[in-house]
Design a protein around this ligand. Sequence first.
Ligand code: 13P
Ligand code: SF4
Length: 312
Amino acid sequence: MTREEYQKQSTDGLYRAIARLKAERGAVFLVHNYQALEVQKIADHIGDSLALAQAAAAVDARLIVFCGVHFMAESAKILNPGKKVIMPDRGAGCPMADMVTAEQLIAAKKAHGDPVVVAYVNTSAAVKAESDVCCTSSNAVKIVASVPPDRKILFVPDRNLGSYAARMSGRELVLWPGHCYVHNRFTVDDVRTARDEHPGARLAVHPECPPEVAALADDVASTSGMVALVRDNPRVGEWIIGTEMGLVDQLSAAHPDKGIHPLSRRAVCNNMKLTTLAKVAWALEHEANEVTVPDEVAVRAKRALDRMLELS
Ligand code: 13P
Ligand code: SF4
């Protein structure tokens, strides 16, 4: 069937088609916490970037359908090169990952006298290949702290996550001027308004938020870190969640008895929302939008990802 034909199907029809195709093709679905709730429902593994990288490395099935953004699918391919990895929409990129190129990083390494490069996983495979170790939002502090104290550290590309890791580890970092357009938009005013509206609520924000916003939060955590916070604090009845709306929707569905309030409803990652059930069904039927990484890049990028997984 064509993508247009799938787009005309009902949601129930799409779930049935996806289940049938999944069994036929021997596929496994890795789904990020920011996907639309209806896409989250098809997940074999749902989680943050670290959990999905760990799951990808352990996949046994022949085909991985990655519902997230391109750098995540690329990491899955690098970590499990024998599997075919496809994406429902090949245009789903991460604008922050495009804020540093391999050429720019090579020049910066020279300018800073060969520092240790810590690369957020939100980077291309080519940038990972030029980096010493990767990190995610859930292990950035630990990874930065593991660098020998006499070495200079260049952190790419998210300056907000880098500045959070610097504060928490006590290390000085050279920060790249990159940011996430979704999280960088949260303001101190958003915090004041949300706290006024929900005075008893606990505020958890993602470390991609600006430092002045993170400083006002009760907790700073990755997306799966927030899932664990809400689950492990049953006595807290109200939360303000400072991250993308997909996670807010997931938490609201999982905890209908709690007040789960977004820090801002503007926090939508359009790239994450490019994945739809119709595109999943179409890509699966045609095994379309395969993600590949040239061998010489993949081998070097894998070293940085493996080092991160060993330290996690
Ligand atoms: P997490 O690893 O916390 O899920 O974050 C990924 C991401 O892209 C955040 O914007
Ligand atoms: Fe990239 Fe931000 Fe979207 Fe995450 S939320 S995928 S960092 S643009």
